[in-house]
Design a protein around this ligand. Structure first.
Ligand SMILES: [Zn+2]
Length: 231
């Protein structure tokens, strides 16, 4: 949604209270105060704990509870507006982390296959990226990558099978059909095995574009529960 339209929507919401998409309570915001508090409790104590090679990961929250509900509601119940607060949380966490300081980069969302995006009506990663960039002031290139292969059946595959499945999933998008010296920061809604991020990184590397790392709203990795991470 263009910025003017979203501003207009926010203005409209002040006059027309709608219901919170997560709990149905009336609210003038995208998500009500109560759910906002619950969402903010999903924040990991140190989102940058895995900011190390080969692919640095910065993940804001633990994938579960209200955060899981918010992401599912956004994607599957047609509530793209939820991307705005999620992008803000991620952006604020990024700004206050030592990782981000003085880091110049271009933000690129993990794209959806065009058929899937047409069906959903939006790419949640692109909307989160837009809000993330409004918060951080970083440059956004929505079409830095294109998804050329539908990779629907990822469930039930092992990590190596997933990587193989994703090996040719992406190609350089129209925004990057020239030499790019600034590194890219990838962004996605959920980070799980990292197979998607690795595939996107490989595509960018093949074109001589450096990837700084990936930022994600949620991760299944939980430093307080190591047994959960091996799933
Ligand atoms: Zn609510």
């Amino acid at each position: 949604m263009p910025l003017w339209m979203r501003n207009f929507q926010s203005l409209l919401n002040i006059f027309l209270k709608s219901n919170c998409p997560l709990c149905e309570r009336p609210t003038s915001q995208e998500v009500c105060q109560n759910c906002t508090q619950k969402l903010q409790r999903s924040c990991l104590p140190n989102p940058g704990v895995r900011w190390n090679q080969p692919l640095p990961v910065f993940a804001w929250g633990s994938y579960g509870g209200t955060l899981k509900l918010a992401i599912a509601t956004m994607k599957y119940k047609n509530h793209p507006e939820i991307a705005r607060p999620l992008g803000q949380y991620l952006g604020n966490a990024w700004l206050s982390s030592s990782t981000a300081r003085n880091t110049k980069c271009i933000v690129v969302p993990i794209p959806l296959h065009s058929e899937k995006q047409k069906k959903r009506g939006f790419n949640q990663a692109a909307l989160i990226a837009q809000s993330f960039c409004e918060t951080t002031g970083l440059q956004l290139k929505v079409n830095g990558l294109e998804r050329v292969q539908e990779t629907e059946a990822q469930y039930g595959l092992t990590v190596s099978e997933r990587q193989k499945n994703l090996a040719k999933a992406f190609r350089i998008g129209q925004d990057f059909r020239h030499i790019l010296k600034t590194p890219v920061l990838l962004i996605d809604d959920i980070y799980t095995t990292g197979a998607t991020a690795k595939s996107a990184t490989q595509t960018l590397h093949q074109s001589g574009i450096r990837v700084l790392g990936i930022v994600a709203t949620a991760t299944t990795f939980n430093p307080n529960n190591p047994s959960y991470n091996s799933r």
